[in-house]
Design a binder for this molecule. Structure first.
Ligand code: ADP
Length: 159
């Protein structure tokens, strides 16, 4: 049987327990995952792409069949290059839906051979976003319960 490799793209600035939950459950569905870290300069990430690669590698080291890479081209071009045909995305709240819906349909129009698969967040992580974690860290709040220990350490070093 053909192996199904999904690409899980995102900014991962930083990776959170919500992302890790999608990765863990995604690995039950697919033979392998490529975690594709978008360089996203327009989003002005807090962490450099090398820092994000490092933190995702450390946070996912216990999983087999996970590969971590960065990309800075059109997502569908990257996926074609990887010879994959599945995009994995997570959905949290209704506000995610509109953006994800537009992106999935745009990608399908540009690359009909690629399918986007959505996984619903675990209810405990439905409110969790990298953006809020950065805001909490900036303002001196506690964020250890939202991110893996290596990310908590890197966030403390940043602020
Ligand atoms: P992007 O800039 O592409 O949105 P993110 O790193 O913010 O990158 O998110 C990558 C993917 O992970 C998105 O599909 C997002 O909806 C999903 N995601 C982020 N946080 C969570 C969470 N707490 N639960 C489930 N999915 C999540």
């Amino acid at each position: 049987m053909a192996k199904h490799i999904a690409v899980y793209p995102g900014t991962f600035d930083p990776i959170t327990n919500g992302h890790l939950d999608i990765i863990e459950r995604g690995l039950r569905l697919f033979d392998g995952l490529v975690i594709a870290i978008a360089e996203s300069p327009v989003k002005e990430p807090l962490f450099t792409v090398d820092e994000r690669i490092r933190m995702v590698k450390e946070a996912t080291k216990k999983y087999k069949n996970v590969k971590i890479e960065s990309f800075n081209c059109l997502l569908i071009d990257y996926i074609h290059k990887k010879k994959a045909n599945i995009i994995l995305r997570g959905l949290r709240v209704i506000s995610d839906f509109e953006y994800e819906f537009q992106m999935a349909l745009t990608n399908r129009k540009l690359a009909p051979d690629i399918e986007t698969v959505f996984m619903m967040t675990a209810e405990g992580y439905s409110y969790l976003s990298s953006r809020f974690i950065k805001e909490i860290a900036r303002l001196g709040g506690r964020f250890d319960c939202f991110v893996p220990p290596n990310v908590a350490k890197m966030l403390k070093e940043k602020f």
